[in-house]
Ligand binder design. Structure first.
Ligand code: GKR
Ligand code: MG
Length: 458
């Protein structure tokens, strides 16, 4: 039987007050101050950890790694508690992550969700992303138990609207025949009206500018990020020019070739980019040394989600100076509380802070909004792949979370403020089971269209 939050707090209070009564002579449920104190110290004992791998539809987006799809993998984490409250979280997918979460179980079950700092190290030693999912589920449970929003548990909100950037990918049409002819597809997607989406093929500067204009119209984005490292660097430069021409002076642009460029290419293109309102130049090359050289020789503001991705990378970055902006990600950096610590560190070194994204569902979207609300230093529009998730494909109740005027409103309900939809979760897990995908493999998908394709450096 489920206990409501209030009933549970009362039960906890009465139980603890009973213990207190032994010492003080007070009767159970006696003085209100005693009851309050007891309620405050009642643990929220974790009685179970449920791990559900899911596969959600992913359109054929292109990146340095190849072509996305047909599904992306995520893991839904639930913690069950003695109060009958179930906290939910989402983290990265894949077989390795599932194994890490399984290993984490013994460190989590039996613990107090309110005191998660007590077991964070044990789980983070196994895997940061596994911890991120568990921490989120703990905070969601704590939020439900106290009626507080996740951002409030983290000391916020410092803002109620969190800005996101349009994430533009070159891509194939969702009903590309070779991509549809993929035995891993287990849903009813097909040609024309049955296609996963209707953006069509976008592989020229003009087509990209057209799609960007529609993104602005539909979601109101102000900032635009081009996923580069796909077409020839000069075509990507022409795409930036076309975006600027179409969007105008007031739309900052970013380009992220995911380290597929050599230093000479990155310096040459970087110098050309200076004619446009480039907010930052993201990971054109691999490694801190090469990033530092490109930064020095172009004078551009540089950002990364590739060469500074751990606290341990920071001392070298302070020395080498490869970047001006860190694109943090609570999955990779070890949770939302760790992200807050990253905020202080960025401030200390004069770095800007934004959020990196990979394909994700609505629990992560909500988490990113709460992080945005609880980290004062996060003043640069965050990335999100959420616009690529077809409507109705999410695992949360109701419609996909709305993006309006380029912002996501921080959910108002307790905890994460969104609810897991059990039917949608079951469907996404069934898809995972049937499709057979256990790791992201963009190269394999790309080879369906371009036989023998492999990542090279431009
Ligand atoms: O979704 O293909 C993609 C991106 O390239 C992603 O994997 C990156 O991690 O979005 C990310 C980035 O900013 O590098
Ligand atoms: Mg990046």
């Amino acid at each position: 039987m489920n206990t409501t939050r209030r009933e549970w707090l009362w039960t906890g209070a009465a139980g603890a007050a009973g213990l207190l009564a032994g010492h003080t002579g007070a009767t159970v449920g006696g003085h209100p101050a005693e009851r309050d104190a007891a309620a405050r110290t009642s643990p929220l004992r974790i009685t179970g950890l449920k791990i559900t791998p899911v596969a959600l539809p992913d359109p054929p987006l292109l990146a340095a790694s190849g072509c996305h799809g047909p599904y992306f993998l995520r893991t839904i984490v639930e913690i069950e508690t003695d109060a009958g409250i179930v906290g939910v979280g989402e983290t990265r997918g894949g077989a390795e992550r599932l194994e890490a979460l399984e290993q984490a179980r013994e460190h989590v079950v039996g613990q107090n969700a309110f005191a998660y700092r007590g077991f964070v190290d044990a789980v983070r030693r196994i895997d940061n992303a596994a911890w991120a999912g568990i921490e989120l589920a703990c905070l969601d449970a704590c939020g439900q138990a106290t009626g507080r929003r996740l951002c409030e548990l983290l000391g916020g909100p410092v803002r109620e609207q969190v800005e996101f950037a349009a994430y533009l990918f070159y891509r194939y049409a969702a009903d590309h025949p070779q991509l549809l002819d993929d035995r891993r597809i287990v849903d009813d997607r097909g040609r024309d009206e049955q296609a996963l989406d209707t953006w069509g093929e976008v592989r020229t500067p003009e087509a990209m500018a057209g799609m960007a204009a529609q993104f602005r119209e539909k979601w109101g984005f102000r900032v635009f990020k081009l996923k580069g490292g796909v077409l020839a660097p000069d075509v990507e430069l022409a795409t930036i020019a076309a975006l600027h021409e179409r969007l105008g002076e007031n739309c900052p642009l970013r380009i992220d070739p995911n380290a597929r460029w050599s230093v000479p290419t990155a310096v040459r293109i970087g110098r050309e980019l200076k004619r446009y309102p480039i907010e930052y130049y993201e990971d054109p090359v691999r490694g801190q040394d090469d990033m530092a050289e490109v930064r020095r020789r172009t004078g551009l503001v540089m950002s990364t989600n590739m060469c500074v991705t751990r606290f341990a990378h920071i001392p070298d970055a302070v020395e080498t100076r490869p970047i001006d902006v860190v694109l943090g990600d609570h999955h990779g950096w070890g949770g939302v509380a760790a992200f807050q610590e990253l905020g202080r560190i960025c401030e200390t070194f004069g770095w800007g802070l934004s959020q990196h994204s990979n394909n994700h569902a609505g629990l992560t979207m909500a988490a990113m909004a709460h992080v945005g609300a609880a980290v004062p230093q996060l003043t640069i529009a965050s990335d999100t792949h959420y616009v690529w998730l077809p409507e109705g494909a999410d695992v949360i109740e109701g419609a996909n979370l709305p993006i309006r005027g380029g912002h996501v409103e921080v959910p108002k309900g307790p905890g994460l403020g969104v609810t897991l939809d059990r039917d949608k979760l079951a469907r996404a897990h069934e898809t995972y089971r049937k499709c057979g995908m256990r790791e992201r493999d963009d190269e394999a998908t790309m080879r369906r269209v371009v036989p023998g394709w492999r990542r090279t450096t431009f």
